[in-house]
Ligand binder design. Structure first.
Ligand SMILES: CC(C)(COP(=O)(O)OP(=O)(O)OC[C@H]1O[C@@H](n2cnc3c(N)ncnc32)[C@H](O)[C@@H]1OP(=O)(O)O)[C@@H](O)C(=O)NCCC(=O)NCCS
Length: 141
């Protein structure tokens, strides 16, 4: 039968990935892989209101920070620093060896991360929105 490549918008591809991913990841990495992915959120609370929040994705011994956001009126009060520290604690707990995050190159976010002990690991040229991005990291172990 001829093979046709088509767009699929139901759960069949999800099931396909579930069925094939263990073998595929093991072939890809060349060692046996059990993939387990979790994401955790932390928040800086003032009573019932959230002044800032951050999310980390834990997988394959990496803790990838998806975002850190502090409300504009609450900035420069060490809340961002505190949120990063809380994510690093989670990374440590799950035996991650490294924290990573991607931000626009030479941005205020990069300066913030450097103030929190993160180093520039690589620059991805013309990345999201065609802007250069810095891959920032902090080793935990
Ligand atoms: C980046 C962000 C999370 C920082 O949060 P914050 O609570 O203001 O950061 P902190 O007060 O903990 O800052 C710690 C240190 O980082 C540096 N820093 C923080 N914001 C900075 C900025 N805009 N420009 C330069 N340095 C900055 C400073 O050295 C600061 O210490 P200091 O205030 O004693 O000088 C916040 O500005 C924000 O939400 N920005 C929009 C979203 C974003 O860029 N998120 C990060 C990438 S996902």
């Amino acid at each position: 039968m001829p093979v046709e490549i088509v767009r699929v918008s139901d759960d069949r591809v999800k099931s396909f990935f579930r069925e094939t991913q263990r073998e595929a990841r093991t072939t890809l990495w060349n060692f046996s892989v059990v993939w387990h992915e979790q994401s955790y959120d932390v928040a800086a609370m003032e009573g019932e209101s959230i002044l800032g929040a951050a999310r980390v994705l834990i997988a394959a011994s990496l803790a990838h920070i998806e975002f850190v956001i502090v409300r504009p009126q609450a900035r420069r009060n060490d809340i961002g620093r505190g949120l990063l520290a809380a994510l690093e604690e989670i990374g440590n707990y799950y035996n991650c060896h490294k924290m990573t995050i991607q931000v626009p190159h030479h941005s205020a976010a990069q300066t913030f991360l450097e103030a929190c002990g993160y180093k520039e690991e690589a620059v991805l040229p013309q990345h999201t929105w065609k802007i250069d991005h810095a891959v920032m990291r902090k080793f935990l172990l």
